[in-house]
Design a protein around this ligand. Structure first.
Ligand SMILES: [Zn+2]
Length: 253
């Protein structure tokens, strides 16, 4: 099928769907200058030293790893990143069609920044814009803690209990938040159209969501530059650059 015909078809599915669930992965944020961390070609996957700062066991047991992690956070490309045309197109989708839930594997907060309603977004790997204490229930804004690092605290501790602080993301070796995963699975189960965008669909448990949707009879659309293990189950596969093709798709809805 020609690309434009295919987009017209997918747009008509989106228009007619009663419950749309979107899953996004690193691919949607690379055009905002944020590298892929977890995927098969990810920063962490290819660099074991960098991976240590993102692995709970090393982070908890080694103060040097924590110091390095805080320095990395100070320099992170996340703070300057802005939503791109792909994020904005998905925000438009909420206004034009029955978007129920947007599940993201990204921790950058760019969907909310682009205008998707925060209550529709499930960040299954957490969010870099907050810090959490590993000992008590304290959570706070990241900028305040980064200010303490800038002022010379190399390994800032929780002001309530003295516990170890970490960005409010899910590290390797750390469990997902069960309530978030439950909500994502229920949304996938209740969806009639599941749109997977910029995800390699290989990192579980996110990769389990299209499986749940398919098992419940939903139509699956995969938009990703590379092949995914779900392409053969998809009603349509779109592999053009997301920043171009997502606006072209949503415009047609
Ligand atoms: Zn604490």
């Amino acid at each position: 099928m020609a690309v434009s015909t295919e987009l017209d078809t997918v747009a008509s599915w989106l228009r007619d769907a009663r419950r749309i669930v979107v899953l996004t992965g690193a691919g949607i944020s690379t055009e905002s200058g944020i590298p892929d961390f977890r995927g098969p070609q990810g920063v962490w996957t290819k660099n074991p030293e960098a991976e240590k700062t993102a692995t709970l066991h090393y982070y908890v047991s080694d103060p040097e790893i924590r110091k390095r992690a805080w320095q990395n956070r100070l320099r992170s490309e996340m703070w300057q990143a802005e939503p791109n045309t792909g994020h904005r197109a998905l925000a438009d989708l909420e206004r034009k069609a029955a978007l129920d839930t947007l599940v993201t594997q990204n921790v950058d907060g760019l969907h909310q920044a682009a205008g998707t309603s925060p209550e529709r977004v499930i960040e299954i790997h957490g969010n870099v814009h907050e810090v959490k204490c590993l000992s008590c229930s304290f959570r706070g804004p990241m900028p305040e803690t980064l200010e303490r690092v800038r002022a010379g605290e190399e390994d800032p501790r929780c002001l309530d209990c003295g516990g170890i602080l970490k960005s409010a993301t899910i590290s390797f070796g750390e469990n997902l938040v069960p309530a978030d995963l439950d909500r994502a699975q229920r949304a996938a189960q209740d969806s009639d159209l599941f749109l997977a965008v910029g995800s390699s669909l290989t990192v579980y448990p996110a990769a389990g969501l299209p499986e749940v949707a398919l098992a419940s009879g939903a139509r699956l659309v995969v938009m990703n530059a590379q092949e995914t293990p779900f392409d053969r189950f998809a009603a349509a596969v779109v592999s053009q650059q997301l920043g171009d093709v997502l606006p072209a798709l949503i415009e047609r809805v």
